[in-house]
Each structure stands twice: as C-alpha cells, then as structure tokens.
Design a protein around this ligand. Structure first.
Ligand code: ADP
Length: 591
C-alpha cells in the first residue's frame, strides 16, 4: 500500500505538471504573445524568473522543448500508474486470499448447531460472492480513497495558484465551488439505496447457490421424478430475481457518472462564459484561463470518483457485515483456556444425568445415566427419533449436554482439548461421506504421508482390498464426489477401513439399515466385527448379532432410557426391549 501510495503521488504530480505546460503552449506559441503575470508584486522570485526565461526562448525551440518535456512527463506518469495499479491490486487480492482462508478456517471451527441453521448455498456465497465485493471495494475503492484526495488537493492548489498569480475573478471561483455539492448530494442518496439493494442481491445469490447444490446432490431424485421442469422453474425464478436486483444497482451506479457530468458541464459553461469575457476584454491571459479550465475539469473527476466510491463502499459494507456475522460467531463447542490433551483412557466412559435439547427446543435426551467400562460394547436400541444419534453425538462433542456431563475416566470431556478428544474416537455412520480423492487418501484421510502398506493392511481387514484391486488404478483410483463411483457396500467398507486406519480406542457405530445384498452385507458385517475388536464401542444397533454380543444394551424411548441390561436379561423382562426384539431384530434375522 505504501508503494502504491508513493506511485500515486508521483503519477498525479506528473499530471499536474503537464497541466502547467498549457500556459506557455497557449500564450507563447498559439496566441503568439508572452506570458503575463498581472499580480506580479505577490509572485515569488523563482516564478517570475521562470516566466521570463520561458518568454525569452525562441518559439520553435520552445515548442521542441514543450513536446519533449510533455512526452517525458507522460512516460513517468504512465509508468508509475502501472506500478500503482499493480500494487493496489496485489493488496486487494492478498486481502481477498486471507479473508477467504479465514472464513474457511472459521467454517471448520464452527460447531454442528451452526450448520443446522445455515443454508449451504448461503455459506458458499459468503466465501465467493461477498468476498469478491469486498475485494472490489479495496482495489477500486481504496485506490480512489487515496488517489482522489491527492488529485483533489493538487488541482485545487493549481486553481488557487492560477487565481493568485493570474488574478482570476472571484465569480469564477464561487461558481466553481458551487459545482461540487451539486454533484455529491445525489450520489450519497443513491449510495444509501445501493446498500439495501446489495443485501437483497446477496440473498438471491444464496438462493441460487442453494438450489444448485440441492439439484446436483439430488440429481438422481430429480430425474427419477422427472422433476426437471419443476427445478428449472424454481431456478429461473431465483435467477430472474437476482438479475432484477442486480440491474437495480447497475442502474443506480450507472446514473451517478452522467448525472455528475451533466451538472459539471452546466457549471463549466457558466465558467466559460464569464472567463471567456475576461480574456476577450484583456483582463486575463488566455493560457492562464485555459489552464484554469483544465484544472477545473480535472477537479471534477476526483469528486465524481469519490462520490461513486460511496456507492461501492455501501455495497461492500453490506457484504462485510455478512462476512463478519460468520467471523464473529461464538463457537458453542470450544476448548477451555485450561483444556488438556487426553492421551488414551483407562477405565470407563460415563453419561451422568444428561439432558439435551437442540437450540432451546424440547428435550431430546432426558436424564441419561449410563456407564461403559473400557473395551466393552454398548448397544443403543430404540425406535426412529428416540434420540440414539443425538446421544452418541455428545461423545465427540458435536454438541454439549444442556444439563449434566459426559465423563471419561471420571473427568468431564469439556476439560479436554476438542481435537485430542476427537482423535480418540472413530465414527462409522450410515451415511458414509467420502471425498473426491483417491481411495488411498480416503482411507488415510487427513494423513497424506501414510504408507501404502498400512493402508493395504486396513483395507484387507475391512474386506475392501479385493474390489480396490479390481479398479482401474487400484488404490490411486479417484472415486468421484462423495464416492459416487462406488456401490453402497463398497462405500461402507472404505469408511470402515478409514476408521480402522485411524485406530481409535473409542468407536461410534451406526449400523446401516439399508438393504445390501447378502454377500455384500456379510462382507460389511465381517469388517465391522473386526473393527470392534479391542475397542470401547457405542453402537446404534440394528442387527441381532450385535445386541446378542453387546455387554450392555440401553433402550431409548422419547429421549429417556426405559430399560437396560444384557440381551438375555432384557428378554426375560418381557418389556419394551422384547417387543422391539420381536419386530426389529428377530424379523431381520429371519430374512
Ligand atoms: P434417532 O437417532 O433415535 O433416530 P435422533 O437422535 O436423530 O433420533 O433424533 C432425536 C430427536 O431430535 C428427533 O425428534 C429429531 O427430530 C430431533 N433432532 C435431531 N437432529 C436435530 C437437529 N439438528 N436440530 C433439531 N432437532 C433435531
């Protein structure tokens, strides 16, 4: 910015000097007179000397000099203009780069509750669209903010100089001074409106992005319901709305310049009329008057740019406000200042009188009290919506309990650093999210330097090695967005391999209910059984063999534990579990 500022000063200064060349050009060469300074008693020595020197040079020589000097001045001016543009853009783009990264980091730090309230499209808009507007206001806006005042001061100084040394009448100066408020006022009014429009434009952009994501994500559903027309209509509505909003701001931005110019030209005409009379009547040198006009014209531009800047900044401010809404968002799950790292655990995990509700909603978990010794398996069963997933999501602190606490070896998990806690936990869920990367990077997710041998070993244990080897590039095969090029069973086995590779002491498992063919299901279950060995497991159970082998089973109903015990104990009770067993587990096993 400092370099850019320096370049601005030099290039503007050169602009001012080139303007001064007008006086000898008009007076000495074109009008065939000499430069005269009417108010010569106030004029400093060096100006009188300079004027006398210029007056004494023969005209052809003076013309040669003028042309040469002007060419040189413009060379310097344009050179510095280049550096100014380059460094200013570099500044803007660097800010853009850093802000984008900062938002991305913040998005990764934000907790799950944030994501259940935000649209994906809106978030993407923040990182792309909004940041773009901000950078525009830096490269364009900041340049103007620095450059235009420099120019303004310089041309004002020239004007005053001409007024002092060439006795320009006060009427001219007054008219000149009247021009500027006339230009600025409407622009400020328009700027305010622009800020409002910018917010609506952004909302439209978010809608477009959201719809785009949904459509791409659910393209299969759209096609199977032949809902293309329906989606296109929706898209067109948003798209058209965005276009209309954008045109509203284009209209307002576009009106600023012509409006300013029109007012400017009217004033210029008046100045021309008054000044022209002074020249005709011999009270003012033609060169000085033209230089005055040129300085005046040059003065209008910075004013116009500064007022347009107001409009740009109003848009940017709206975008910045939205970006800061994310940046300033408090993290609901975060490290305490005295948090310590957890390194493995020894005895047990315990849920102690835990109540939980999503965002001040109704209680989804009530008085949960359960403990599990190290190396054992806890099966959680219950109807859909009973709170099983919510319960296990408290362990890696995706959410914190509303009341009560989760303890590892008797210590509240909020005492531990979140990252160290999560490094102890592996999760295999029903919806196995894979990334558009090679199979090997998906298995060793987050560990780019992992050795292929280790990856292969875990893939074998997860019953994935054979099908991986049949793929065109083996472990280096890219699997498409969310693993779209893999079958359901294959995706699950990669996800299991990924958990095995992480090798965590604690495992959260959500057994798939989706129907796989029996061979594929056997391979997946075999892999899961291997994954569970020697780990402390919380499993949302859907299989008979899981509940049979679990060390403890809890039955959830509307967020509360209604029964607990081993499979045999619970069957004996003839309660809720038995009923569930008869509908869910036995029936499935029979198939
Ligand atoms: P289960 O895993 O047993 O099917 P869940 O734990 O997913 O049950 O859901 C328990 C309850 O919490 C349900 O009533 C569900 O509507 C609600 N719920 C789940 N996730 C959220 C969320 N992100 N925000 C608000 N409510 C939620």
């Amino acid at each position: 910015m400092a370099i850019a500022l320096f370049c601005m000063i030099v290039s503007s200064g050169m602009g001012g000097v080139s303007l001064g060349m007008i006086i000898p050009l008009v007076d000495n060469i074109l009008a065939d007179r000499t430069i005269s300074i009417p108010g010569s008693q106030n004029v400093p020595e060096f100006i009188v000397d300079l004027v006398n020197k210029v007056n004494s040079v023969p005209k052809p020589v003076l013309l040669n000099w003028l042309v040469l000097i002007v060419a040189l001045i413009f060379l310097i001016k344009e050179l510095f203009l280049f550096f100014q543009t380059y460094f200013m853009s570099k500044l803007g783009q660097s800010v853009l780069r850093d802000v984008r990264l900062a938002i991305y980091k913040k998005l990764l730090a934000l907790s799950n509750d944030f994501y259940s309230t935000m649209q994906t499209g809106a978030l993407v808009s923040r990182v792309t669209f909004d940041v773009g507007i901000i950078v525009n206001s830096i490269t364009e806006g900041l340049t103007d903010l620095l450059l235009q005042p420099i120019q303004l001061v310089m041309y004002l100084a020239i004007l005053i100089g001409i007024k002092v040394y060439f006795s320009i009448s006060w009427v001219l100066i007054l008219i000149t001074m009247l021009v500027f408020p006339l230009i600025v006022y409407p622009v400020i009014k328009i700027g305010k409106k622009l800020r409002k429009i910018s917010t609506s434009t952004q909302e439209s952009m978010s809608d477009i992005n959201s719809l785009l994501f949904e459509t791409i994500y659910g393209i299969g559903v759209v096609k199977s319901f032949t809902a293309e027309r329906y989606q296109i209509d929706k898209f067109q509505t948003h798209n058209y709305k965005y276009f209309k909003m954008l045109m509203k701001s284009v209209k307002r931005l576009a009106i600023i310049s012509p409006l300013g110019e029109f007012v400017g030209v009217i004033c210029m005409a008046i100045v021309l009329w008054f000044g022209g009379k002074e020249v005709v009547e011999g009270r003012l040198s033609a060169g000085a008057f033209i230089a005055f006009l040129a300085a005046l014209l040059s003065l209008i531009k910075p004013f116009k740019r500064l007022s347009r800047l107001y409009g740009i900044n109003q848009q940017a401010l709206a975008a910045i406000t939205r970006v800061f809404k994310i940046m300033d968002r408090e993290l609901t799950v975060k490290d305490r200042s005295d948090a310590i790292a957890i390194v493995g655990f020894k005895n047990s995990i315990e849920f102690k009188d835990v109540d939980f509700s999503y965002m001040q909603g109704p209680l989804v978990l009530k008085k949960i009290k359960v403990s599990l010794p190290k190396g054992k398996i806890l099966a959680i069963v219950g109807l859909s919506g009973a709170g099983k997933s919510t319960l296990v999501s408290l362990l890696p602190r995706f959410y914190d309990p509303t009341v009560g606490s989760v303890l590892i070896d008797g210590r509240d998990i909020r005492d531990f650093k979140v990252s160290s806690l999560r490094s102890q936990i592996g999760i295999v869920s029903q919806e196995n999210i894979l990334f558009n990367d090679s199979i090997r990077n998906n298995i060793a997710f987050g560990k780019p330097k992992a050795g292929l041998d280790d990856i292969k070993k875990t893939a074998k244990a997860a019953n994935a090695h054979d099908f991986i080897m049949k793929m065109p590039n083996g472990y280096d095969t890219f699997i498409g967005d969310r693993g779209i090029r893999l079958s359901g069973g294959e995706k699950q086995r990669i996800a299991i391999a990924r958990a095995l590779f992480k090798d965590p002491p604690i495992l959260i498992l959500d057994e798939a209910t989706s129907q796989l063919d029996s061979e594929s299901e056997r391979l997946v279950h075999e892999a899961i059984d291997r994954l569970m060995v020697h780990r402390t497991v919380f499993v949302i159970a859907h299989r008979l063999s899981t509940v049979e082998h679990a060390d403890k089973i809890i039955v959830l109903e509307s967020g509360g534990i209604v029964e607990s015990g081993t499979h045999a104990e619970l069957l004996e009770k003839s309660g809720v579990y038995k009923r569930l067993y008869e509908i869910q587990f036995k029936l499935k096993a029979a198939f």
